[in-house]
Design a protein around this ligand. Structure first.
Ligand SMILES: [Zn+2]
Ligand SMILES: [Zn+2]
Length: 369
């Protein structure tokens, strides 16, 4: 399984990868509803001679390579979003109001592409590969759900990736903005929480408090009796996460009290922990990936406030999560979750190559031992 062979196989299958991507792009489904997607993944795997195992209620796992060998998990998330597609693409979503606006169709393609090549070279594999097509990443429930089904019990290390457009403004909850409304108590609270990060946290610690939605009142001349606010907090450590939760509660109660009102708080603690890459594994996979990506360099990016339930895998086994840039040079680029979000199709092969780099690097690891 030389580098040249891998690169040749990937470039030969380029068009096939793009056509798979188009197929999956047309059938976006929401978390835990990915029935059609699950069936199409199973169909593709079966066509490659790989035996798919369906997860409950959706999602798929499968093995390639020798039994009882060191096992590398490769994970792709498969769900779409409640977004109405607004691109000019000829292969638009056939499911009204739903869209693969986060590139998970490209993640499925990347993992299927890697699977097809690994299957062809199966006799040369000295590690076993476990393919993990995970449902329901967007609502951060999928990883936990399938880990509880024992998915990681026979996995020694895990790799995942995300297509990401690195240009663009707004649209994503992780990019902080202020939301101001006329309803006095809610507005006061919204302003108040803005100073949690500025005044309560160590300036070296990163955190975001975003109120993304504020609904209040029914009509211009009736004083609103109820305001509903929804938001999200992001941070890199569990201590800071706990501090944010305590501070939100304390400040909400203080604001309500000062107006003689009441407040009810539903705080879903830790929808997932922060994604933290294993340092040694990152180096090992990055070394291999740089070779496979030929003259292109990997870049180390500063920590981001995006959420990813890949972190649950990393709680169980050493894991690495990578980004693949998917903007098209010279074309206006929209952020993930935007109705005009598009994936540059050459990024699909990069995704395949990164998955393969994780497997090849694990094979080299065995030789070193
Ligand atoms: Zn997303
Ligand atoms: Zn995503």
């Amino acid at each position: 399984m030389t580098r040249e062979e891998v690169l040749e196989k990937v470039s030969k299958k380029r068009e096939e990868f793009i056509s798979w991507y188009h197929e999956f792009h047309q059938i976006p489904e929401l978390g835990f509803e990915e029935k059609e997607t699950t069936e199409l993944i199973c169909e593709k795997l079966t066509g490659m001679g790989i035996h798919p195992l369906r997860l409950d209620p959706t999602g798929v796992t499968a093995y390639v390579g020798p039994h009882d060998a060191y096992t590398v998990g490769l994970r792709a998330d498969i769900d779409g979003l409640r977004v109405s597609e607004d691109t000019d693409l000829p292969f638009q979503s056939k499911h009204p109001g739903k869209m693969h606006a986060c590139g998970h169709d490209g993640h499925i393609t990347g993992l299927l592409g890697a699977a097809s090549i690994l299957k062809e070279m199966e006799s040369e594999l000295t590690v076993r590969v476990k393919l993990i097509f995970q449902p329901s990443e967007e609502n951060t429930k999928g990883a936990k759900q399938i880990i509880s089904q024992g998915i990681l019990e026979d996995v020694d290390e895990v790799f995942g990736l995300h297509l990401f457009s690195f240009i663009g403004k707004g649209g994503h909850a992780a990019k902080p903005h202020q939301c101001v409304d006329a309803t006095v108590m809610a507005a006061d609270f919204v302003m108040n929480v803005q100073t949690i990060v500025a005044r309560e946290l160590d300036p070296i610690e990163g955190a975001v408090v975003t109120v993304g939605s504020l609904k209040s009142g029914t009509q211009y001349n009736i004083i609103s009796g109820k305001a509903v606010l929804e938001g999200t907090c992001r941070s890199y450590s569990e201590d800071v996460a706990q501090h944010l939760q305590d501070a939100i509660r304390r400040r909400a109660e203080a604001v309500a009290d000062s107006y003689g009102g009441n407040v009810k708080i539903a705080y879903e603690q830790g929808s997932h922990p922060p994604v933290l890459n294993d340092a040694a594994l990152s180096r090992r996979i990055a070394d291999e990936a740089e070779q496979l990506l030929e003259n292109r360099k990997l870049v180390h990016i500063a920590p981001l406030m995006l959420g990813e339930d890949f972190s649950w895998y990393q709680k169980e086994v050493p894991g690495v999560f990578a980004f693949v840039g998917c903007g098209t040079p010279g074309r206006k680029c929209y952020p993930n979750h935007h109705p005009k979000f598009e994936v540059e199709e050459s990024a699909l092969s990069d995704g395949v190559l990164l998955h393969l780099a994780a497997v090849v690097s694990a094979m080299h690891r065995e030789k070193e031992e």
